[in-house]
Design a protein around this ligand. Structure first.
Ligand code: MG
Length: 385
């Protein structure tokens, strides 16, 4: 029986993880849960799964929850220390991180230093501090299990192979809403960019998908996770989104991961690894699908891809700068302050002003993040004036 801690249990990844746990009661048990501010939802989850520890990040709401859960013998903690208590809980073997933003960073490092199997669903930790995270994981004999669908696919294709056998990692991308657009990127409005052909997602991720920065970040993530140089990571557009990524080996063989587009697949694999568990998800109908298409992305139309490569090549603190500048630029675009094509401009200018620190500790990563946010805001001011 695997004991699991879920950080971000009321978000979409967390809810899917709990659905998996619910359908495999003899394989998994919830040891701890954490959420940011959804007190009511967390309360219901705690009553259902009976963890020994629950964290609600918001302190006022945590007090309310502590009162409600006390009669059930469930301890409630709060704040960053609370998240760290959850991520290092002795009884938890696997710790699933699905908390958005920098708030999860310290708890992830704490879990790694406690030697846990650490499943990571959101990109920021592996982009901002991926190199450091992997070094620490090696040192403390922790394992890092990717949940991002492309990286889960690569990880599954790589099972049993050393990186020396790899020629290329091939990340697939749906191409986003502007895959077929040839011109007029300058005039794209937020509401057009928010319309994704395949998925309904939050605004930040939707814009990242439209600019293809999503893949730029995933290039960095792949480099950090698998320890290969950026030149060995390629991006291919695959509109059907059935091949979730593939590996080309030195002998010319390709291994690809195919499956339905459902987050439960990579989440379940991370939780059950190295086993595979029966589930009742819909399966692929390859005959009905009939055809799969692949094309090369156009780097002029999607400059964010090259920015991802550039940040990865520069290494050190640069990926954190790219990530922060992108967040600021996307927020500004959504507020109608800058144009769609200004997003890569703001990021490029911010990166151009940063001198990357090699092998930065976490504090330096966080400093670079804060600096990049200010610098990106200055670039935006210049564009607006
Ligand atoms: Mg992805």
């Amino acid at each position: 029986m695997k004991q699991i801690a879920v950080l971000g249990s009321t978000g979409s990844v967390g809810l899917n993880a709990l659905r998996i746990v619910r359908t495999h009661p003899s394989q998994f048990r919830i040891a701890a849960l954490a959420a940011r501010r959804s007190a009511e939802a967390l309360y219901k989850q705690a009553l259902e799964f009976r963890p020994s520890l629950v964290c609600l990040y918001d302190p006022a709401k945590a007090r309310w929850l502590a009162g409600k859960l006390k009669p059930h013998g469930i301890r409630v903690v709060t704040g960053e220390e609370g998240l760290i208590a959850v991520s290092t809980l002795k009884s938890a073997g696997v710790v699933l991180f699905a908390v958005v933003g920098a708030v999860g960073l310290k708890p992830i490092f704490a879990a790694v230093r406690a030697g846990k199997a650490v499943a990571i669903a959101n990109k920021e930790p592996l982009v901002m501090a991926g190199g450091l995270l992997m070094r620490e994981a090696h040192k403390f004999k922790a394992s890092v299990l990717p949940v991002d669908s492309e990286h889960s696919a690569l990880w599954q294709c790589l099972q049993g192979h050393s990186t020396a056998a790899v020629k290329k990692l091939i990340l697939t991308s749906s191409g986003g809403p502007f895959r077929k657009r040839r011109s007029g990127f300058r005039d794209i409005l937020p509401r057009e960019a928010l319309k994704h052909p395949r998925w309904k997602m939050g605004p930040k991720i939707s814009i990242d998908s439209a600019t293809m920065m999503n893949k730029g970040l995933e290039i960095i993530e792949a480099v950090n996770l698998f320890g290969l140089p950026p030149e060995q990571v390629e991006v291919l557009i695959h509109p059907e989104s059935i091949v979730h990524s593939m590996v080309e080996f030195v002998d010319g063989s390709h291994l690809a991961h195919l499956g339905v587009t459902d987050m439960r697949l990579p989440i379940q694999y991370a939780l059950s690894y190295p086993e595979r568990l029966v589930n009742h998800l819909p399966t692929l109908d390859l005959v009905r699908l009939n055809r799969l298409h692949f094309e090369k992305p156009n780097p002029r139309r999607f400059p964010c891809l090259e920015l991802g490569y550039a940040a990865s090549r520069a290494g050190g603190s640069m990926p954190a700068v790219l990530n922060a500048a992108n967040e600021i630029a996307v927020a500004s675009f959504l507020e109608n302050e800058i144009r769609f094509t200004d997003i890569p401009r703001v990021i490029e200018k911010t990166m151009g002003r940063h001198r990357p620190v090699k092998n930065p500790p976490l504090e330096i990563v966080l400093e670079a993040d804060a600096w990049a946010r200010e610098c990106a805001k200055e670039q935006i001011k210049k564009i607006k004036s």
